[in-house]
Design a protein around this ligand. Sequence first.
Ligand code: NAD
Ligand code: DAU
Length: 367
Amino acid sequence: MKTIVITGGAGFIGNHVVRLFVNKYPDYRIINVDKLTYAGNLANLKDVEHSPNYEFRRIDICDFDTVYSLMRDEQVSGIVHLAAESHVDRSIKDPFSFAQTNVMGTLSLLQSARMYWESLPEKYDGKNFYHISTDEVYGALILNRPDGDGHGNGPYGDDLFTEENKYMPHSPYSASKASSDHFVRAFHDTYGMPTIITNCSNNYGPYQFPEKLIPLFINNIRNRKPLPVYGKGENVRDWLYVEDHARAIDLIFHNGIPGETYNIGGFNEKKNIDVVKTMVKIVDRLLGRAENEDENLITFVTDRAGHDLRYAIDASKLNRHLGWKPQVNFDEGIELTVKWYLDNEEWMNNVTSGDYQRYYESMYGKR
Ligand code: NAD
Ligand code: DAU
């Protein structure tokens, strides 16, 4: 039985990856390694928590001794590494915790894997260290077609991020992710460790912590609270339904070429203001309110410092090499997402009230 560690499995993307691996690969033992920060919530995994091939370990990836013992004692042969501090606004207020988890935590995992795998007779054979990263490492693209005329490579600009783009991070979050990517690449080039890196665009879907645009705004529309749109709402993001990302991770983990980088994206650029208006429309319809009744909640506020204007991913390498493309288009995905948050009010209240933290503190101690 293969033992695979998935880090950050109690977070937003991680829970979808854990669920897919646990259900699809009964012959794997999946160990979810998560510190349970404010962003980690084991309620996200209720449907798989009793599966015979699933285990949870509350571990801080920065704790090298514990991570190394886990690698050795459980004979781990693959790592899908998602654990991170992930919110840009938090990184502006507290950059240290981003350097700590995203850089030092990744290094601790790399070094643990290296020491354990190099101690084996077969060394790196059959091993895989897969690091999940972000398109934000590439910096920002220009918005050269503000009205989106639909020509060229993307509706809002001629260029897209390819795997050849230079790293030009602007926020402490993206700087820390860029740094972790460099360490992963260095372990491949220096020690021959089989590593893969993917850089993905903005994910959306169920179980996202409501500090991020989409779940925060759906909840605010429901509760008729202001919708704080940064700047003029002109920033463009490339949205990908989270289950499409999980499917890409599965495909790449099993078929990707060691040492390679793959971009993952939705070919789905949207201006923030358009995403917000779409959410207002859907929430109002699903709650039986008058059409666009809640558009007056939109409040333009001071822009995010260093706010990247446009991200857009060229995911054609992944399509050419492994045949991946997104299955869920934005209209479908956003409808599913709004409906999920409206149907799962208890999950949302549990998170926004902080109750989920108190419950897990009583089981596992203070975070
Ligand atoms: P998230 O914030 O929802 O979840 C992060 C998880 O990591 C949480 O469960 C948290 O408890 C855990 N964690 C944090 N610090 C830890 C530590 N020191 N030790 C162990 N566990 C720790 O994040 P997400 O949105 O699911 O993102 C997952 C990964 O994907 C991140 O690496 C992020 O950079 C990357 N990514 C995210 C997006 C996106 O749109 N959300 C897009 C591209 C890439
Ligand atoms: O591009 C991938 C990245 O996407 C991931 O690496 C990050 O982990 C993830 O958080 C996300 O980063 P963003 O900063 O793009 O996501 P966020 O949901 O915070 O913001 C999306 C856009 O909406 C961004 O342009 C900022 C804007 N925004 C966000 C919030 C929270 C607002 O206008 N108002 C808000 O209140």
